[in-house]
Design a protein around this ligand. Structure first.
Ligand SMILES: C[S@@+](CC[C@H](N)C(=O)[O-])C[C@H]1O[C@@H](n2cnc3c(N)ncnc32)[C@H](O)[C@@H]1O
Length: 264
């Protein structure tokens, strides 16, 4: 069964309309310090997800405040020194800068995001953090502006649930990774699938729940993209004090670390 085709057929909006709605939301996150998102974000969230104060003290507040991840790509270990890393949906640059400082700026990081205002803010943040080893590039997760087999590690935090075609995103991740390369991704996962009627409501997608799927469905996308191994890691209850806590609890929505390896 191709669940992705079912999801896309059920959507009453196009991929472009969804992207517009998401960009409007994240433009506000990037530009307005008073804009709050649908769940606890920023420093409080980062601490909850296990990011260390030691590294965060070296990251500008303008990169920490808009942080809206749902897990921690560095939970198991830090990126290998000298590696090339891609951060998909890099937002204001928090994870890219964190990875850079964690490895004493020994890695090369490319952040890709579709929202101009996020990219602008991320570039400023990297300069303040003195991370000359990071570049931020405009692009889409489903069509990455990155050469094939050029990355050692792909990270992404709280982004793929916002993409209509998740299998295509994982195919792109598979394409840009070198043989033997890995991904460490955090995304929203559900216990109960969101009904097709709710998936039609675009504002529920920007809340990070309507676009999320169950682990069974998610695993299928990763397998179909060609990965030889994948596993689920730590889970985080990121929605328990959110504005949408009730509906998140109903569907069992949680932040989830996911790991995978491309055949060597
Ligand atoms: C929830 S925020 C997470 C940002 C960042 N990873 C963090 O942890 O703070 C989602 C980000 O993904 C970007 N995004 C959403 N869908 C995207 C897509 N299809 N292609 C590229 N970027 C996308 C948004 O512009 C936004 O910056």
């Amino acid at each position: 069964m191709n669940t992705q085709i079912q999801t896309e057929n059920a959507s009453k909006f196009s991929r472009e309309e969804l992207r517009e709605a998401i960009m409007t939301e994240y433009k506000a996150v990037a530009c307005d310090p008073n804009h709050t998102i649908h769940f606890t974000s920023g420093r409080k969230l980062a601490k909850r997800l296990g990011y260390t104060e030691d590294i965060m003290s070296q990251i500008p507040e303008s990169a920490i405040r808009p942080f809206a991840g749902v897990g921690n790509p560095f939970h198991i270990d830090e990126p290998p020194k000298g590696s090339k890393i891609l951060d998909i949906g890099s937002g204001c640059g928090f994870d890219s800068i964190y990875a850079s400082i964690l490895t004493h700026r020994s890695i090369m990081v490319t952040g890709v995001d579709m929202t101009e205002e996020m990219l602008e803010q991320a570039r400023k943040n990297a300069i303040i953090a003195e991370c000359t080893n990071i570049q931020f590039v405009k692009g889409y997760a489903e069509d990455l502006p990155i050469p094939s087999e050029s990355m050692d590690l792909v990270i992404s935090n709280g982004v793929i649930n916002l993409c209509l075609d998740k299998e295509q995103v994982y195919k792109e991740i598979h394409r840009v990774l070198r043989p033997g390369g890995e991904f460490r991704i955090a995304d929203v996962m559900l216990d109960i699938p969101v009904p097709e009627t709710s998936k039609e409501l675009i504002h529920l997608w920007t809340n990070c729940v309507a676009g999320a799927v169950t682990k069974t469905e998610y695993r299928e996308y990763i397998k179909n993209a060609g990965f030889i191994w994948m596993g689920f890691g730590m889970q985080y209850d990121v929605f328990h004090d959110a504005k949408i806590a009730k509906s998140a609890a109903y569907f069992g929505a949680k932040g989830q670390n996911i790991l995978g390896i491309k055949k060597g």
